[in-house]
Design a binder for this molecule. Structure first.
Ligand code: ADP
Length: 334
């Protein structure tokens, strides 16, 4: 559905300033770019800095460039240009050190299904050079925290989807990464398991100073889990802030005007009365207007217009509104 902008201005991404280094930020990304051999510019120069202990979200629809960004940060994808430091290590010139400081849980499982859960965790610990006594202690802690005690000695083949995802995260955590990357962690899970997993991811933060970077196209997931969200559109970061600050751009309420013959007239009137902000946007026949004044006053003003063909509602803004306003397309694909 085409989106028409009435007036909107994307905010620049926030710039970090700390120099890269082991004591510096967990992630430092500058002008990171990936152009695939087929000419697709999947990531078009992104900048961000993530601190220790932060939960940072890359939010955008399919194809926005989130997985490619994670791929570069985990050294699986070679950047075309720009720089990225993970725990102070350059992903291009020090890939082993960068990888050692992080763990990743991909959308697609990397577990060996014929092996037990315990064996899968141990294998990851060995690859990451974790001494076996530490690995055993840490496995026991994680099994307890993630409710995996009764499952660990069964082949992964016998696990449910949610159990596999929990094991996958436990496996990633056994090496005590400084940065945990979760690429679309809840895709394909049913609602109950999805919420269990969100709860678990939410609890991770209280356990350590670990930084978590997750990609998602679910608004609720980003809003619930993330300290800050980078809104990604066509390989670029079009906004970067806390969920609350992103939502605050639209004010406390938006008015949704549907089916009116004269959206522009209604908007002009609301603006003239100081009831509407500048950055209204429309999708199809629906005009969304961030309200500057009270919703009641706006409703009375529109009712006085007497346009029987229009109907309107007021509601709290969502991150999808933020996304629509910034990019002209919807995260939810509506
Ligand atoms: P997201 O994770 O946000 O869904 P991706 O990073 O997977 O986005 O993809 C971004 C763009 O890059 C898409 O247009 C996708 O088709 C393209 N792309 C991803 N991987 C490759 C690849 N290996 N080769 C060519 N193009 C790719």
């Amino acid at each position: 559905m085409p989106v028409r902008h009435i007036a909107a201005g994307p905010a620049p991404a926030r710039q970090g300033s700390a120099p890269p280094g082991a004591e510096g930020p967990a992630l430092e990304v500058r002008q990171l770019t990936k152009v695939y051999p087929n000419g697709v510019r999947a990531v078009a120069g992104v900048d961000f800095t993530v601190d220790g202990g932060e939960v940072f979200g890359l939010l955008g629809p399919n194809g926005a460039g989130k997985s490619t960004t994670i791929g570069m940060l985990t050294t699986a994808v070679t950047p075309t240009s720009g720089t990225a430091y993970v725990a102070g290590h350059d992903v291009v010139t020090e890939p082993l050190a960068a990888r050692a400081a992080s763990s990743v849980v991909f959308q697609d499982s990397v577990l060996d299904r014929a092996m037990t859960g315990r064996r899968n965790i141990r294998l990851h610990a060995q690859l990451w050079g974790v001494p076996s006594t530490s690995a055993a202690r840490r496995t026991a802690e994680l099994a307890d925290a993630f409710g995996l005690d009764a499952l660990l000695d069964r082949p992964v083949d016998t696990y449910s989807g949610g159990e596999r995802r929990r094991l996958e995260i436990a496996r990633a955590l056994v090496s005590e990464p400084r940065v945990l990357f979760l690429d679309e962690p809840t895709v394909g899970l049913d609602t109950r398991i999805r919420y269990e997993l969100l709860d678990l991811i939410g609890r991770l933060r209280s356990r350590s100073a670990m930084t978590t970077v997750l990609t998602t196209h679910y608004l609720d997931e980003a809003e619930r889990l993330c300290d800050r969200i980078a809104v990604v559109h066509q390989g670029r970061i079009v906004a970067l802030d806390s969920p609350a600050a992103l939502l605050a751009r639209l004010g406390p309420e938006v008015l949704e005007l549907r089916g009116s013959r004269d959206h522009q007239g209604a908007l002009a009137l609301l603006r003239a009365r100081g009831l509407a902000d500048g950055a209204a946007f429309s999708v199809g026949t629906t005009l969304t207007v961030p309200l500057a004044g009270s919703a009641r006053e706006a409703a009375d003003t529109l009712a006085a217009l007497g346009d029987g063909a229009s109907s309107f509602t007021t509601r709290r803004p969502t991150l999808d509104d933020v996304y629509l306003q910034l990019t002209g397309s919807s995260l939810t694909g509506d």
